[in-house]
Design a protein around this ligand. Structure first.
Ligand SMILES: [Zn+2]
Length: 138
């Protein structure tokens, strides 16, 4: 975000409330790439403008997302190790929340560390990972 609203945009009506009045809050993503983000003045929802199609999103998450998010096309050992340590801590802190649960669904399961550790605690897990390389690794 640029830090403050900059100007009104001229995009399609809000998909949530139908309002056409909105303010551009950013013109780049966190890496500096062109990506317009707008605030709907009707309901306050913040979205990209234009909102990518389902096909564009599927293609992005299938191939590009992990490279942009993690800077690697496949899981790195150092990253996997850090994930295990972080998840171990998460399970220790949230022990009561998981007590008695036998199943889990991990949306965006990445390289699969959460599922592996949950299964070690006796849960049956299903992971959904759209990135082809990370899903195979998981
Ligand atoms: Zn709206």
């Amino acid at each position: 975000m640029d830090g403050h609203a900059s100007q009104k945009g001229t995009s399609d009506p809000c998909r949530l409330c139908g309002e056409t009045d909105h303010v551009v809050v950013s013109r780049t993503d966190c890496h500096g790439n062109a990506l317009e983000t707008v605030l709907c003045m009707g309901c306050g929802v913040i979205t990209n403008d234009p909102i990518p199609s389902d096909e564009e999103l599927a293609a992005f998450y299938r191939t590009d997302y992990r490279m942009q998010y993690k800077g690697a096309k496949k899981p790195r050992k150092r990253q996997v190790w850090r994930n295990f340590k972080r998840i171990e801590s998460h399970f220790a802190v949230n022990r009561d929340m998981y007590a008695g649960h036998r199943t889990c669904l991990d949306l965006g399961s990445g390289s699969g560390e959460f599922m592996l550790m949950a299964e070690a605690l006796g849960m049956d897990c299903i992971g959904i990972e759209p990135n082809e390389v990370y899903a195979r690794y998981s």
